[in-house]
Ligand binder design. Sequence first.
Ligand code: CDP
Length: 250
Amino acid sequence: MQKPKLIVDGKRLDGRGFEELRPIKIEAGVLKRADGSCYLEMGKNKIIAAVYGPREVHPRHLQDPSKAVIRYRYNMAPFSVEERKKPGPDRRSVEISKVSREALEPVIMKELFPRSGIDVFVEVLQADAGTRTACLNAASVALIDAGVAMRGMVTSVAVAKVEGNIVLDPMKEEDNYGDADVPIAFLIRNDRIESIALLQMDGRLTLEEMKKAMELAKKGAMQIYRLQREAIMKKYMKEETEEPEEENEQ
Ligand code: CDP
């Protein structure tokens, strides 16, 4: 297929400026059976995150007597992409699960939960580039919703190079036909970016471009962080005002 024109009159294909995020929607506590959960949309990406634990680890030999074991499973639904994805793990999802777990692990206060396990499941219902970043954002909210003690929030966004421009939060066409894609996650603590939790890169950037990409990612991440916080606050305000739900066991 011929490469489409991605920037027209200084605007991107979906009308965004270079420094604009896609519309984001975040809701915490959407699943009754999970200890914590989150539904998140970032543009056309639709993600559900569910957290179970801290709970007993099975099989038991995986237990760590000094801290919690964190497991993270990234999964794409077969119907989430244009060409049906074969169900089950593949190299890509195993890689994304690993790097995402590693981004979250240092933020979770694992030492408070010896011998236990915390399982994070993220399901991509609809994908449109940047799913690993959207999933991390959802997972972070779900972990907080589960009451897991955290050192801060993990907030993630990608930056891309498209027709010579550094742009925030690339969508599918920009990811496919752009010159570089850089997913980044930050640890945000006390409303400040403290460190980088994940940094990957496809393609090539000059040092100057990389600096610009990092600045743009930081700006975008702070906006997403505020929405993550808002979603958590909303959930807790709701819990405070709501009467406890009667269990309707059948
Ligand atoms: O989603 P993310 O950008 O984190 O990862 P990627 O490997 O760079 O994939 C970019 C996009 O390609 C995904 O978000 C999907 O929209 C698409 N994709 C697909 O159509 N079919 C797959 N089997 C995997 C990815």
